[in-house]
Design a protein around this ligand. Structure first.
Ligand code: MG
Length: 169
């Protein structure tokens, strides 16, 4: 595998694990505030991000490339409101999307067709990530200070269940 692509995927593994850490931090923040449904949503997100890291981890090994695990930077520990957390989530996922697109760009330049194929799943996944974070943010903005609205929204997010990523199976 091209060294630039190998480095970019190692950086991506770190970014996915950092994302997992970020969402777990959001999860515990909302558990502490009694918003258990929103906490559940972020805890499921935590598991999904770990899956993303593992998909790259396995892919690197399939290609005979070496996974290098780097330190995981600290994450924020407190969010004033669910709106703030979903704003951060959406902004973060947009950055992740750029990183995914960059790996794809490197793979195209290097005529690395296997990596291009592997990236298809991630390109689609990022569309979903941004869409879902955006929807939750819009819903929370519409709810505003309505306590019943927040109660209902929290209940809805409490129903989210973790399913292992299809690309990992
Ligand atoms: Mg991810």
């Amino acid at each position: 595998m091209n060294k630039k692509i190998e480095d970019a995927i190692n950086a991506q593994i770190n970014a996915e694990l950092w994302s997992a850490y970020l969402y777990l931090s959001m999860g515990t923040n909302f558990r502490a505030k009694g918003l258990d449904g929103i906490a559940n949503w972020f805890e499921v997100q935590f598991k999904e991000e770990q899956d993303h890291a593992m998909i790259f981890y396995k892919y690197m090994q399939s290609r005979g490339a070496r996974v290098i695990l780097k330190p995981i930077a600290k994450v924020q520990t407190d969010w004033k409101s669910p709106v703030e957390a979903f704003e951060d989530t959406l902004a973060h996922e947009k950055k992740v999307t750029e990183m995914i697109h960059n790996i794809n760009k490197l793979a195209i330049e290097a005529k690395d067709y296997a990596t291009q194929n592997r990236m298809v799943w991630f390109v689609d996944e990022q569309v979903e990530e941004e869409e879902e974070a955006g929807k939750n943010l819009e819903a929370l903005k519409a709810i505003g200070d309505n306590a019943l609205g927040l109660f209902m929204f929290d209940k809805e997010l409490g129903a989210r269940q973790y399913h292992q990523a299809s690309a990992l199976k």
